[in-house]
Design a protein around this ligand. Sequence first.
Ligand SMILES: C[S@@+](CC[C@H](N)C(=O)[O-])C[C@H]1O[C@@H](n2cnc3c(N)ncnc32)[C@H](O)[C@@H]1O
Length: 346
Amino acid sequence: MTNDATPSTSRPLVSPEPLMQMIQGLQGTAILRAGVQLGLFDQIADGKDRASSIAAAVGADERGTRILLDALTALGLLECDDGYRLTPLADAFLVTSRPSYLGGVVNILAGDWTWTGYPRLAEAVRHGGTILDQHAETPSHEFWETFASSSTGIAGPGSHALAELVEEWAGQRESLDILDIACGSGLYSLTLAAQHPLARATLLDWANVLEHTEVNVDRLGLRERTKFVAGDVFEVALGGPYDVIIASHIFHHFSERRCLELMCRLAEALKPDGRLVIHDFVSGSRPADDPFPYLFSVVMLAWSREGEAYSLDTYRRLLQEAGFSAPEVHGSQGMPSRFLIAGRAG
Ligand SMILES: C[S@@+](CC[C@H](N)C(=O)[O-])C[C@H]1O[C@@H](n2cnc3c(N)ncnc32)[C@H](O)[C@@H]1O
């Protein structure tokens, strides 16, 4: 006979492994971040395979380097029998010269603010928004400079997906004036402009961020077809009217009320037959089926006053209230974001 009050000595039916991974997740991020910051993957790709030579090349202590290299091996980013080698994963995504380089994303999703923001997440939950003095809405925050220069690995594939989506429509137009609000790297509009000789791009962001955007403008040879607008997207004159307005990864910064205010501003700056292209993380499926937007909302809870990844229904409602048609919805190559493309309503 069993007695319900007797503590069970049998093992639990579930493994604690997923919990342990969450508990240790911070450590894995820190190890990867240090490897990227020190440039260890580049040195190994160059042929150095001993802790001593790698340490000397990056100007670090040999013992510290050995411990980090072994930890990177434990995480599956290196292999080590007679000397360290990159695994295919590290070779594809963590060597800076590779076109698929993703190391910059460490500076974004594990950027400086996260190491002060996440330890205070419970406070942000109690408060209902960021408790940081410097956050996503702080004008000219230097994190956005890091973002602009580190995001090309993810903005590249996304910007090509956008250009493909509007290709046919854009190719039939006599003009293609593009406004890219909160442009960061600027790649979303610059990639489109590079494919259409008639296109002109207006890039809007904080002045300190635009200095980093300019690097991509020059790299793509688009200086003569590009204008810059520096300042707050809620305040500065937007100019126009534009054929296309691109709003990539900006609406999740703000409350629904502010999103609507911004959409109304954009509607005024768009030609009657123009297109608004929103590119953002969109929630809607159940969290377990599509985790990314729900996890991203936590980023915005910790780092913005009122932002989050809004649902498709919310976007549809706000767009309608701002005078746009129901959006077409598309996936974004290489990103867990979606494109919503809307014209002005009748
Ligand atoms: C998440 S990044 C997105 C950058 C780019 N659109 C992309 O998708 O890669 C957000 C950008 O919005 C800019 N930003 C945030 N608030 C802004 C505001 N009120 N006015 C102008 N730019 C702003 C930041 O400087 C940053 O470049």
